[in-house]
Design a protein around this ligand. Structure first.
Ligand code: CAA
Length: 506
């Protein structure tokens, strides 16, 4: 069936965005919201999103008017009698969704398709309570719906393949990319995203790193469009908590058990952007402070050590790269720990090891002055104290990195430091999802690039980082924390030792 007329039930942030997507795609949309104030808020959100597109020159005022003209407001489900497809975007409570679908059974044509945008409930359970479970399907959009190109089309054991085909075809007509998946908690994207976001909250609440450093590590260090705490504020802490609770019930383990701080903030009503505050306060939230002023505190000369002097080519390469950057910024670099005084910089890799390097260089008397610096990429340095490093040395090391043209994050001297400690377990979860047969590498990568704006999918990131490096960091994290959630899955170990990639490159 070609879908031409649609209903959207529930006009919160996602509902309004989904209504806009359909209207932009040329479909006649009936937007139903029982609460008149919520209806007005949803229509205002839709109008302001269209205005933004006009201001950016993406739509002409006439096009914006046509799109808005395709959306009819309604207060009751009976107005959906003629709809080919109805998408429900009501609150994530099974009882509410079931009641809406029972009413839709009465209100709509018997051949209408019902889609749920649920991000956490079982589509099978929602479908099973309806008169035509074969025509109930998951159609999962991503926030902001007009921007993110992914639609997860979720089928159940009851789904009629023709309904899945119609919904996937519609998603394509709307300029989205459908990824068809079976009904499992979190589907692809949320099952990968939420444990990573949860891990970020746990690192914050245990004092592993600051809020700003956690976000900066993943934007500047991993190239993601938003830091995890900023993204939690966008998604909503209550929604994120609900998804994690479902994932924890289905999969168990520390990755999914919601971090206490996430629960506390939700209990406190700090739900993120929609409530005015979450991890950050809005409207200004999430702006990373400028570090440029720090450069003035940089020392004129430093001693530079390799992590394990001369042990491997990678470590020598790191030290040479750092020495080049420092020299380029006019800083005198000595490689002799016996000769100099003042700051000692250890050119560490992602495994850390500041004190080991100091001991190896027989420079133990300079431990308080020794700081690790890891060049993550051309933009970001991780600045890493050992337990013996003084606060003065830390300030000097950050100033030094800023003077050398880098931004910084402070990370503890633990396996993975900050970027790797957040990123590798996330990539590991993606490899595990492929290994257990739920999704293909290409589906995982499409889901995260198109649904969450990643520059490259996690499987590709793993292959590019090198599976041996990933396996080494994960194994070290597993050994350090004893958490099986960090253990590299057998598929990753096998491909790493065989020198193979996880995904074939075309
Ligand atoms: N509504 C409509 N359009 C919006 C928008 C919104 N709320 N926010 C941004 N845009 C548009 C802008 O108009 C702009 O459009 P053009 O390129 O056509 O001009 C474009 O998006 C980029 O916007 P900005 O330049 O203002 O901002 P940006 O470059 O920082 O990008 C972002 C903003 C697209 C949100 C980007 O930061 C991003 O991709 N973030 C990741 C978001 C993400 O992960 N979403 C998934 C969350 S998980 C989920 O939703 C599922 C669930 O069930 C929990």
């Amino acid at each position: 069936m070609e879908i031409r007329t649609v209903g959207v039930v529930g006009l919160g942030t996602m509902g309004a965005g989904i209504a806009e997507v359909f209207a932009r795609g040329g479909l006649a949309v009936t937007a139903v919201e029982a609460d008149p104030q919520a209806l007005a808020r949803g229509m205002a959100a839709l109008a302001s999103s269209l205005d933004r597109a006009v201001k950016r020159g993406k739509l002409t005022p006439a096009q914006s008017g046509e799109i808005a003209g395709r959306v009819t407001q309604a207060g009751k489900l009976a107005d959906l009698a003629g709809a080919d497809l109805v998408v429900e975007v009501v609150p994530e409570q099974l009882a509410i969704k079931r009641q809406v679908l029972t009413e839709l059974d009465r209100a709509c044509r018997p051949d209408a398709i019902f889609a749920t945008n649920t991000s956490s409930l079982s589509v099978t359970t929602i479908a099973a309570g309806t008169a035509h479970p074969g025509r109930v399907i998951g159609m999962h959009f991503f926030n902001p719906a007009p921007v993110m190109r992914l639609v997860e089309v979720v089928t159940t054991v009851l789904t009629d393949p023709a309904a899945a085909g119609s919904v996937s075809g519609l998603a394509e007509r709307l300029g989205k990319t459908p990824v068809q998946v079976s009904d499992r908690a979190g589907f692809v994207a949320n099952a990968l995203l939420l444990p990573y976001l949860n891990h970020a909250v746990r690192l914050l609440e245990t004092g592993y790193a600051t809020r700003e450093d956690i976000d900066r590590a993943m934007t500047l260090g991993a190239g993601l469009p938003m830091g995890p705490l900023t993204l939690l504020d966008l998604i909503g802490l209550d929604t994120s908590l609900a998804v994690l609770e479902v994932l924890a019930r289905e999969f168990g383990g520390t990755r999914y058990t919601p971090a206490s701080l996430l629960r506390r903030l939700t209990d406190a009503g700090r739900l993120g952007r929609k409530s005015g505050a979450g991890f950050y306060a809005y409207p200004d939230g999430g702006q990373v402070p400028d570090e440029a002023g720090l450069a003035a505190g940089a020392p004129g000369a430093v001693t530079l050590l390799d992590p394990v002097a001369g042990a491997d080519a990678a470590s020598a390469g790191r030290a040479a790269a750092l020495a080049g950057l420092l020299a380029g910024a006019g800083i005198e670099v000595s490689r002799d720990p016996a000769a100099g005084s003042g700051l000692v910089v250890v050119a560490i890799g992602a495994m850390g090891g500041v004190l080991d390097a100091v001991a190896e260089a027989e420079a133990g008397d300079r431990s308080a002055d020794a700081v690790g610096i890891r060049l993550v990429n051309a933009e970001l340095a991780e600045v890493v104290p050992s337990p013996l490093t003084s606060a003065v040395a830390m300030d000097k090391a950050r100033a030094l990195a800023v003077k050398a043209g880098l931004r910084t994050v402070t990370a503890p001297d633990r396996p993975g430091l900050l970027v790797g400690a957040l990123l590798y377990p996330h990539l590991r979860d993606a490899a595990a999802m492929v290994a257990d047969g739920y999704a293909r590498p290409s589906d995982v990568d499409s889901a995260m690039t198109l649904g969450c704006g990643y520059p490259r999918g996690p499987i590709r990131m793993l292959d590019e980082a090198g599976l041996a490096q990933a396996a080494a960091i994960l194994s070290a994290m597993h050994a350090a924390y004893g958490d099986p959630a960090f253990a590299p899955p057998p598929l990753l170990m096998a491909c790493a030792s065989a020198g193979l990639a996880l995904a074939p490159r075309g």
